[in-house]
Design a protein around this ligand. Structure first.
Ligand code: PGA
Length: 248
């Protein structure tokens, strides 16, 4: 069975609630493609107005973060049940910015993956190497370590519904995209790893995105690759250009 493409915007720390609603309105006619899953991963404060604004469209809403407990004394945090109740379907886990700035390690990310799944959220699990690691030739070793740790004790049936985003750190926000061959090589490697950890059916089902300076100019070539099932898009998700990526 062919995997359905999934194009997700990662808005990061951009868009006030009123700007968010305006952007959703602007993008509405541009992202209306029934053959693609379209997701906006938005800042927590934008979730409620964006869920409202996308009603009746093909767009689903994702969160950029959450905490692993359901409720309690965790000042400043947001739980999975809160996201579910607000209408959120996806959540980004393991983005390099959270690994780096907020010191989220693989043991914690594994808890987040399990909590998200148990709560009914679909993780968009990010992995990717630094420029130094790529130059050292340890890209796949590093990614294998990340995926194996982040998916420890996660069942095959849950992995089938997962989205994995391959995001080379050196390509994020830099305008420096991985070539389609570089991206395909790693995405194929991730799929082979899933086959090794689980089985062929799980590897065939899991959707793998590329992320890192993906835009209207390079999306078509990247998305044509057999193991690239979509994109996680930062900068280009905040403008009309996102519509061109969705339709690429
Ligand atoms: P970028 O970000 O498209 O701006 O490079 C991608 C991401 O960090 O998910």
């Amino acid at each position: 069975m062919a995997r359905r493409k999934i194009i997700a915007g990662n808005w990061k720390m951009n868009m006030t609630p009123s700007e968010a609603v305006k952007l959703v309105e602007e993008l509405k006619p541009l992202v209306n493609n029934p053959d693609v899953d379209v997701v906006y991963c938005v800042p927590a404060i934008d979730i409620v107005p964006v869920v409202e604004a996308v009603k009746g469209t093909n767009v689903q809403v994702g969160a950029e973060n959450f905490y692993i407990e359901d409720k309690g004394a965790y000042t400043g945090e947001i739980s999975a049940p809160m996201l579910i109740d607000a209408g959120v379907k996806y959540v980004i886990i393991g983005h390099s910015e959270r690994r780096d700035y907020f010191k989220e390690d693989d043991a914690f990310l594994n808890k987040k993956v399990k909590k998200a799944i148990a709560s009914g959220l679909t993780p968009i699990l990010c992995c990717g190497e630094s420029l130094e690691q790529r130059e050292l030739g340890v890209t796949m070793d590093w990614i294998r370590l990340q995926i194996k740790s982040d998916l420890a004790d996660v069942a095959a049936d849950d992995v089938k519904n997962l989205v994995i985003a391959y995001e080379p750190i050196w390509a994020i926000g830099t305008g420096k995209t991985a070539t389609s061959d570089q991206a395909e090589e790693v995405c194929a490697g991730i799929r082979a790893l899933i086959a090794e950890m689980y089985d062929e059916a799980t590897a065939e089902a899991v959707r793998i995105q590329y992320g890192g300076s993906m835009n209207a100019g390079n999306a078509k070539e990247l998305l044509a690759k057999p193991n690239i099932d979509g994109g996680l898009i930062g900068g280009a998700s905040l403008k009309a250009e996102f519509g061109q990526v969705v339709n690429a």
